[in-house]
Design a protein around this ligand. Structure first.
Ligand code: BV8
Ligand code: ZN
Length: 241
């Protein structure tokens, strides 16, 4: 870690009045949750269009539920890591901090973060395809195929490809990005839209932007600073107790 970059980022973060973070699967990687596009990511074994689209669910709800059940079991067996804990500490010291996450694993909330915008939904949420009723369910494993009291099929309460993101949550995310004076983009490949566009919204609004990632991404070039490395190692340095 470049000490000059670290001290510049720490200074900016400490002075920030409206810090925002946008996180992706890389934040949960050190908890043992597989990412999507990494070397041993989920999309290496499965094809996203076969599993994370409404068409896939329509075609084979059993296969899609098997995949989400596998992921629920994995996520239920892990704990938040120092990256999640650092972001929860940041919120405790700066109540104006907004955490926008693409992750559906719920690990930010488990680590104590409260002001979390889950823009791709939650793997612990179920929604009835018939009556639209939405409920929280932590059964692991979950009986497949889960049914609503009305008899309708329950689907995972996540945003699939081709589906629009929850409007109220997305509006809050864009508002936070437009007001941000500091934006950290942590552990995301920056390829999924409209989530990734939040980084350029913050940049255009004049925020000091930082990318924390083990790799470079399509967002790297617009960042004011980049720290290459693991979120679980870098975030605790940036967010001192
Ligand atoms: C929409 C479901 C329209 C939940 C997910 C061009 C062609 C085709 C389609 C499109 C296109 N352009 C835009 C689209 C639409 C599409 C899209 O963006 N496609 C991309 C892939 C090209 N977007 C959509 O369909 C969105 N909806 O646009 O709707 C619309 C509008 C109006 C009305 C109707 C419709 C919906 C997008 C949401 C899709 N759902 N998942 C679930 O099951 O999880 S996306 C999936 O990818 C996850 O949600 C995940 O959060 C998200 C992003 O992935 P990342 O989090 O970035 O994870 P990834 O593995 O990719 O990267 C990990 C990163 O961490 C890497 O950079 C790695 O280097 C780094 N890392 C690893 N370890 C560490 C680390 N960093 C730090 N420390 C470590 N230890
Ligand atoms: Zn129902």
């Amino acid at each position: 870690m470049d000490p000059r970059a670290i001290s510049k980022i720490k200074e900016r973060l400490e002075a920030s009045k409206s810090p925002v973070a946008l996180t992706g699967a890389g934040v949960s990687a050190e908890s043992g949750v597989p990412t999507f596009r990494g070397p041993n990511g989920l999309w290496k074994t499965y094809k996203p269009e076969d599993l994370a689209t409404p068409e896939a669910f329509e075609r084979d709800p059993f296969l899609v539920w098997e995949w989400y059940n596998f992921r629920r079991e994995k996520i239920a067996s892990v704990s938040p890591n120092p990256a999640h804990e650092a972001l929860a500490r940041l919120e405790a010291s700066k109540p104006s901090f907004t955490l926008i996450t693409q992750n559906v694993d719920g690990l930010h909330c488990l680590a104590g973060s409260r002001n979390v915008l889950e823009i791709h939904g939650s793997i612990w949420n179920l929604r009835c395809v018939e009556c639209g009723n939405s409920s929280e369910n932590r059964d692991v494993p979950i009986g497949i195929l889960p049914r609503c009291a009305c008899g309708g099929l329950l689907r995972p309460g996540v945003v699939w490809f081709g589906e629009s993101l929850p409007e109220d949550i997305m509006n809050a995310a864009f508002e936070a990005a437009e007001k941000a004076d500091f934006m950290m983009v942590v552990g995301t490949s920056g390829v999924v839209q409209p989530a990734a566009s939040l980084a350029s919204v913050a940049k255009r609004a004049g925020a000091f932007t930082v990318e924390i990632n083990t790799d470079s991404t399509p967002l790297s070039d617009i960042m004011d600073e980049r720290v290459e490395g693991r979120a679980g190692e870098i975030l605790p340095v940036l967010v001192t107790a």
